[in-house]
Design a protein around this ligand. Sequence first.
Ligand SMILES: Cc1ncc(C[n+]2csc(CCOP(=O)(O)OP(=O)(O)O)c2C)c(N)n1
Length: 371
Amino acid sequence: MSAVAGQMRQVLNAEGALVGDTPPHVDDKLLRRMYTVMLQARLFDERALALQRQGRIGFYVPANGQEAAQIGTAATYKSTDWIFPAYREIGVALWRGVPIATLTNQFIGNAKDIIKGRQMPNHYGYKKWGLMSPSSPIATQIPHAVGWAMAAKIKRDPHLAAVYFGDGATSEGDFHVSMNFAGVYKSPVVFNCQNNHYAISLPVEQQTASETIAVKGVAYGIPGVRVDGNDVLAVFSASTEAVARARRGEGPTLIELVTYRMGPHSTSDDPSRYRPDSEVAEWKRRDPLVRFEAYLRSLNLYDGELDSIREQYPLELAAQIKEAESVGPPDYHTLVEDVFEHTPWHLEEAYVEFLEEIKEFGGHAHKGIGG
Ligand SMILES: Cc1ncc(C[n+]2csc(CCOP(=O)(O)OP(=O)(O)O)c2C)c(N)n1
């Protein structure tokens, strides 16, 4: 795998036909699972966005369009490897097996949410599924991943860290120190940059003067590979090589996954203010799901079972959301729980004041804030 500037690895074209690189060896079962989770991620994403628009969750960060980049990479890791996500990796969470109920409890922040409603939607982390909690400050998860990878290396554990971040994150110091450190110490880490072309409203052309993001690896002695991030087979192939390299002890790889965020950055912005409709339409043509479906059809692997996901999964989502909405918020006392071994006086005082205010404002505050 060599550092590349303009070249982009591609296995499937926009019509789902084989082009360019040799397809990776993926058995039928895995191909079907990848499609299944890509489609589930799309449906979950659409539902979560709608929930926010209906005022049923506070915030959401959509991943529509980035399913191939996420599932094509996630499918190459072992469950003992750790993932250091940004906030947009719902596809990775679903691939790792996080149940819908666990995610919806977190999105709603109800009493069953293991982080007790303390984090914004999308900011979930689960030890059980090897998913570190994302940090909202851009790029801070990158040194965390390298540190974790170094610890694994020192302990001679055969595990690797996979970190996800966007094109905007490559302008942060955290990206550069992490790449440098990992290059020098051959840390077992894979850097996945989902170049979705925008950091909120800033286009990637204004983010960097480098010809590509992959080429940034050269300065750090790290192979950089540029992949069509909407082509799940090309992604899978590049990621498989990066994983093998890390496991052989040869160090990190930077993968630039060239993709596009079809929706808004988050539920707080209006993308029509900063990008033309024609650009969105052009990327719609390269939809990773449509392309993969066409490929599966050409292999006679697309059948009624896969097709039924479109009807069945939304029903499952609706049932789980209904259930999560019926749980109710966490108890008041969880506000001051398990932060300090002994709750300090000022927090205790604030908590008592808070309870008094609830008494004063009665049922309304009670309903809105507590259990
Ligand atoms: C250090 C820091 N600066 C600014 C922000 C505000 N912010 C939130 S998301 C975002 C854009 C990040 O873009 P990118 O890294 O390309 O990832 P994407 O959101 O496109 O997936 C910014 C600037 C932040 N969260 N942290």
